[in-house]
Design a protein around this ligand. Structure first.
Ligand SMILES: [Zn+2]
Length: 92
């Protein structure tokens, strides 16, 4: 990385970094609270914080908020979100 070829890029990125650290503004509000544990809603990609209702796909374990109950899981496209199943049952 220290080659002459990258010298230009390195100078440029150091300038960008220096300027952004100098200004240190958070222009975009993030939907994120680092002090709380959370799962990611696999459909909307938003956090579901601990204590909030959280549904799981019975097949792959993907998390969803309650509004996605009854929809097909977007991760595995095999299971319905929020439906508890027994799994494979044999007639023995
Ligand atoms: Zn799934």
């Amino acid at each position: 990385m220290a080659s002459e070829k990258n010298a230009d890029l390195r100078t440029k990125s150091q300038k960008v970094l220096a300027k952004s650290e100098q200004q240190a503004r958070n222009e975009h509000t993030l939907n994120y609270d680092e002090s709380k544990a959370f799962a990611i809603d696999c459909s909307t990609l938003t956090p579901i914080y601990r204590g909030e209702p959280c549904l799981k796909c019975s097949f792959c374990g993907s998390s969803y908020s309650e509004e996605h109950k009854g929809k097909t899981c977007v991760t595995c496209t095999l299971s319905t979100v929020g439906v508890q199943t027994l799994g494979l049952v044999t007639g023995a």
